[in-house]
Design a protein around this ligand. Structure first.
Ligand code: FAD
Length: 404
């Protein structure tokens, strides 16, 4: 490839304790916990809406906080955000799926009732995004929209500044510690932390909303990326898959997704008195792309395993039973001391990725990353007991023995 050399002097626009890259669910959770733990926090988001895939990507199903056997496993900000997402009403627009509302969990019910329905809800994307924004502002987080992190300056194995680009051109921001909540481990990659790509690639997803008379319904085309070993429908494995790490490929994916929405919409009759096209996603609906190669990499067979550095628990959205403690060492790598990640890009195997990428899990890891970032600028040296104490004080439960 031909190359051109760019030489710029970049002004430093602001100095913070913690900078969070990306305002998806993981970033919202991280920024919130960072600010609540006393850090001057800046959240940088390339779109003009918080929530990432959950809102701009129209993934409006907040999957389960429970294990499917009546026990809640994810707490703290994971539960706070679930409740916030339906504060002004829930949606029930999921095609042929059952109602995504769970009164036994939300309003209090017996364990027998809780076993019948998982602790998950369907929310309105726009409302949830606006409520997240309000929550962060009320908690003192500074938000910078329309801004991409495009480079990182490192010195002595630490990031000293990130270079951003927006309407004002290129400016730098400094911080003591950095949270990569970009979903794609962008900041890890830019800073030279070791990363790993998702090898299998992602199937095309084209989730969109349609209006059906007085109903507003989510159509879920490209339902799942469940790894091959769990697949019942082997036909899926032959479909074109997307890696999601190049501008050209993501553009192609968006165009293919739009054309599959158009085909589906026209097949169902186009615009009529009771049928219209609602929202389409404004961000690529891609699930697994790139992750940190962390100090520890967790696999899907570690269910019920006790981790002394657990920062919270998650369940398996696909089936009742498994509960996973998430070790803190899946959130940071071995190269850059003051960089931590959360959400879709923590260190897990391909099979575990499908479990750890969902909304409640992103909130769990986001809360831990934000709390840790407010406490330390060297994550391998953090006082784990103190971090856990902070998390417990914020409502998190760490070990399976405490709930089962
Ligand atoms: C088709 C599909 C269906 C799914 N179904 C469900 C489901 O039913 N329920 C469920 O719970 N989960 C589901 N998931 C998974 C879940 O939606 C996501 O994994 C989760 O929301 C990811 O959150 P995140 O915060 O880690 O990342 P993201 O939501 O990807 O957020 C990352 C944010 O960072 C921003 N960003 C990225 N790079 C930069 C940069 N360089 N500079 C500044 N900002 C940047 C992005 O704009 C985005 O806002 C689904 C995912 C897909 C794709």
């Amino acid at each position: 490839m031909r190359e051109i050399k760019e030489q710029l002097t970049i002004p430093i626009k602001g100095e913070y304790d913690v900078i969070v890259t990306g305002g998806g669910i993981a970033g919202v959770s991280a920024a919130l916990s960072s600010a609540r733990n006393g850090a001057k926090t800046l959240l940088i988001e390339k779109q003009f809406l918080l929530g990432g895939l959950a809102t701009a990507g129209l993934v409006t199903i907040y999957l389960s906080l429970c294990d499917g056997n009546g026990h809640q496993v994810s707490f703290g900000i994971a539960e706070e955000l679930l409740r916030l997402s339906i504060k002004h009403g829930y949606e029930s627009a999921c095609g042929d799926w059952e109602d995504k509302y769970c009164p036994a969990w939300l309003e209090g019910g017996s364990i027998e009732e809780k076993k019948k329905k998982r602790f998950e809800v369907q929310f309105n994307a726009n409302l949830f995004a606006i409520l997240c924004e309000k929550l962060l502002i009320e908690n003192g987080v500074e938000i910078l929209y329309g801004t991409s992190i495009c480079s990182a300056i490192t010195e002595n194995s630490k990031i000293t500044a990130v270079i951003t680009e927006n309407k004002s051109g290129r400016v730098a921001y400094t911080a003591k510690s950095f949270v990569d909540a970009s979903g794609d481990a962008d900041l890890c990659f830019l800073a030279g932390e070791k990363t790993v790509q998702f090898k299998q690639g992602n199937v095309l997803a084209s989730w969109y909303y349609e209006h059906l008379g007085d109903k507003y319904r989510l159509r879920m085309l490209g339902f799942s990326d469940v790894p091959d070993k769990y697949k019942t429908n082997s036909k899926d494995t032959t479909k074109r898959r997307y890696i999601g790490l190049s501008g050209e490929e993501l553009t192609e994916m968006m165009i293919n997704s739009h054309s599959s929405i158009l085909n589906d919409f026209l097949k169902k009759g186009g615009i009529t008195e009771t049928h219209a096209l609602g929202n389409v996603a404004t961000t690529p609906q891609i699930r697994m792309t790139r992750r940190i190669d962390g100090s520890y990499t967790m696999n899907d067979e570690e269910q019920f395993k006790r981790f002394d550095d657990s920062i919270g628990m998650i369940s398996d959205w696909r089936k009742a039973g498994p509960v996973y403690e998430i070790p803190f060492s899946t959130l940071y790598g071995n190269n850059i001391k003051n960089l931590i990640t959360c959400g879709r890009s923590i260190s897990v195997t391909e099979d575990m990725w499908d479990i750890s990428r969902v909304i409640p899990a992103c909130a769990v890891t986001g809360q831990a990353a934000g709390t840790a970032a407010a406490m330390s600028d060297d994550f391998s040296q953090i006082n784990i007991a103190k971090l856990q104490e902070q998390l417990i004080m914020s409502g998190v439960i760490l070990h399976t023995t405490e709930i089962l």
